[in-house]
Write a protein that binds this ligand. Structure first.
Ligand code: ADP
Ligand code: MG
Length: 701
């Protein structure tokens, strides 16, 4: 089938007039024959089975039953009439009910003649009923040829109201197969089909729309899912390879003074194997002549900072500057203080630039950056301002990547004549399969090992009713010299209510923990940055024992002496947030605790979240649960949801196929980067078509 045929506007398909065409385009995004072909059923009605009335279960989806109508009556009700029929088979009886078309049905239905009925059942007062059944006389049913697995296509209210029912779509699909004579081109290579034992494209399309059996359908779906994921991965992997071959970066070919002195004399601890591995990966990137574009994933507390520092030292050793950007003022300050401390024996100049840097200091920094007197600049978004110009920025590191948009990342890119190497660090573990899709064009490093000696954080779930016991526990910990976080939710839609909760909480805590024995810090979003910093600093210095806060402390803050994290209304937090918050404790030598406080009413998702937190502290495991609960779109935010907008595959359920697709995409491009071989011709052609028409993959920029 030639490709042009598939690009024919849908208006030209027999059975599609201008009205239907408009609706199909608007409601389903079906503009061409190809789009219709790729409109895959959401599910299938299994009409291979016949039920007896006595076998019906409340959990049944649609069922098919053979029986007779023995009795029919019209029931008057407040609004219009209802038609109720008694339907029997040899095992029992049920009711069939109509609210619409009552007159027509009453006149046309046959009594005491065998029918096959099909539909969803309701269960009420010990009886089953079926509203608006699909009905066919048994005699006709036995003669008609149909596919036993009936596809159910995506639809909208507008479509069904306009008479474009599932039956109509099904008819159009038949028409399309008739016109095309099912002569569809193969889109994968022979070796791929053989190695993976995939069915042909023709077979797959035919059986996904008109399945011969469950088994045929399963094979068809597998093949189409593989294909969809394969081409996405092919595009992502290709982008990565092209990036490496086209975008030149500075080659840091030597390991010098700064790195070696630090490594040999000032490293405060032995690096974990994971840290060593990641530093090697980064070193390899920086030593090649391609620009690095790497994502570093590592759970809270896994030790990303030291990796960042050692990477920056590599830049310095090669005569370049480096910068480290963090999402908040507090975090920037903490990074700054930490790095100054680590580098105090080295001859490096480190500066801090944030929104609250004074104008005179700011000017000084701008100047010293441009003449190269500053080696490392740390700061917030302030780093992205136009006035900030580096003499020679060689490496830009972005901490807690999920807080920055793509646009902001690319701003860093244009700070210099050539793009600096980029390292993006995130403490939000993303399940591998999701990372493959969302960050599939980046290289990914993972620190999957915590520094030794880290004690597990004891996590429990407590109901509000047990608050007094919790307060008692807090007092004990404080008497041992520990510090405590108490965190309240802050969710945008109900900001003022949350604020009130926080203030009420603060008041009751102040009563329970009175001055002067206890000192309390409070930090929330409505405070001025200077006040926040003041309060935060009191806690950091140990002047206060309790920190009452909203989620502003979520990211990165490091107070090793804090050993208790109380999360109020924990049921309102998402899993990744809970995990991030818990990561604020357990940073010192002491046993740490996380207490999840909730009311008694909990949704089943909330229960799963709490149970997961109590069960495990493995960020990747938590992320997997999160993905299952929320789905990929929600988890990654709307920004990336486009990439996840798949037609047939499902990133969560089809993660195995995704892994296979990724590895085959890599293998294919590694062995034949331009897809020039004969056997890869189908792939090359398909890829070119996809890029040209952007029909499925138009979401990849
Ligand atoms: P994150 O990955 O969350 O940014 P940090 O870099 O802040 O983690 O490290 C968390 C804590 O662990 C810090 O106090 C750091 O000094 C310490 N740390 C990091 N790596 C090691 C290591 N290999 N051995 C012991 N402690 C380490
Ligand atoms: Mg960090």
């Amino acid at each position: 089938m030639n490709a042009n045929f598939l690009q024919t506007p849908i208006d030209y398909l027999k059975g599609v007039g201008p009205n239907r065409a408009t609706l199909l385009k608007k409601e389903l995004g079906v503009h061409t024959f190809q789009d219709l072909l790729n409109l895959f059923p959401n599910r299938y009605l299994d009409r291979t089975q016949y039920y007896k009335i006595s076998q019906l279960q409340q959990t049944n989806a649609e069922v098919q039953i053979v029986g007779k109508i023995t009795h029919i009556k019209t029931v008057e009700q407040k609004r219009g009439k209802r038609l109720v029929a008694t339907f029997r088979d040899e095992t029992g009886q049920m009711e069939l009910v109509w609210f619409r078309g009552v007159k027509w049905i009453r006149e046309n239905i046959k009594i005491n003649v065998p029918y096959v009925i099909f539909g969803k059942t309701n269960f009420f007062n010990g009886n089953f009923s079926m509203p608006h059944p699909e009905m066919e006389l048994l005699e006709i049913h036995e003669k008609s040829i149909r596919s036993a697995m009936q596809p159910v296509y995506p639809s909208t209210e507008k479509l069904s109201n306009s008479g474009i029912t599932n039956k109509v779509i099904n008819g159009l699909m038949q028409q399309l197969f008739l016109e095309s004579k099912n002569a569809f081109f193969e889109t994968l290579s022979k070796p791929l089909l053989e190695q993976l034992k995939l069915v042909s494209k023709k077979d797959a399309l035919l059986n996904v729309h008109f399945p011969k059996s469950q088994a045929h359908l399963a094979r068809a779906q597998y093949r189409l899912k593989f294909e969809e994921l394969f081409y996405i991965q092919l595009q992502l992997v290709r982008k990565n390879l092209v990036h490496k071959s086209k975008i030149k970066g500075y080659t840091f070919d030597k390991i010098g003074e700064n790195f070696n002195t630090f490594f040999n004399e000032h490293l405060p601890f032995e690096l974990t194997n994971a840290q060593k591995r990641v530093i090697k990966e980064i070193r390899n990137d920086l030593g090649s002549n391609a620009q690095m574009n790497r994502l570093l994933q590592g759970d809270v507390g896994s030790g990303k900072t030291i990796v960042a520092l050692m990477s920056m030292l590599m830049a310095l050793d090669n005569g370049f500057q480096a910068c480290l950007m963090a999402p908040t003022e507090i975090l920037s300050v903490q990074h700054f203080q930490g790095l100054v401390e680590l580098c105090k024996e080295l001859n490096t100049s480190i500066e801090l630039l944030t929104g609250s840097t004074k104008a005179s200091k700011r000017r000084e920094i701008h100047e010293k950056l441009e003449n190269g007197e500053i080696d490392i600049l740390i700061g917030t978004h302030a780093l992205l301002e136009d006035k900030v110009r580096f003499k020679n920025l060689g490496l830009a590191i972005v901490d807690e990547q999920h807080r920055f948009g793509v646009e902001q990342r690319s701003k860093l890119w244009h700070k210099n004549e050539y793009p600096p190497h980029i390292l993006v660090m995130t403490a939000t573990p993303i399940p591998r399969t999701l990372a493959m899709s969302v960050y599939g064009d980046l290289d990914i490093s993972i620190i999957d090992e915590l520094p030794p000696g880290r004690k597990n954080i004891k996590t429990v779930h407590r109901f509000d009713a047990n608050r007094l016991k919790v307060f008692h526990f807090i007092k004990e910990e404080i008497s041992k010299g520990r510090q405590v976080y108490i965190v309240y939710p802050l969710i945008q839609e109900s900001e003022s209510m949350d604020y009130k909760d926080l203030m009420d909480g603060y008041e009751s805590i102040s009563r329970e923990f009175p001055m002067p024995e206890y000192q309390i810090s409070i930090v929330h979003g409505q405070m001025k940055p200077a006040d926040k910093d003041y309060e935060m600093n009191r806690f950091v210095k140990g002047e206060t024992q309790i920190m009452v806060a909203t989620t502003v402390i979520e990211v990165g803050v490091n107070v090793p002496n804090a050993s208790v994290m109380i999360i109020e209304s924990a049921e309102r937090f998402g899993l990744s947030q809970l995990h991030q918050l818990r990561g604020r404790v357990g940073r010192g030598a002491e046993q740490s605790y996380c207490i999840l406080m909730t009311g008694h009413k909990l949704s089943s998702d909330a229960k799963t979240r709490l149970e997961t937190m109590v069960r495990t502290s493995d960020g990747f495991e938590i992320a997997e649960v999160d993905l299952k609960l929320r789905g990929p779109g929600d988890m990654m935010g709307t920004q990336q949801s486009g990439v996840l907008n798949l037609r047939i595959a499902d990133i969560v359920k089809d993660s195995e196929i995704l892994k296979i697709a990724r590895s085959y995409a890599l293998q294919t491009l590694k062995s034949d980067p331009n897809l020039a071989s004969d056997e890869n011709r189908p792939i090359k052609n398909t890829y070119a078509q996809l890029v040209k028409y952007r029909n499925i993959w138009n979401y990849i920029s």
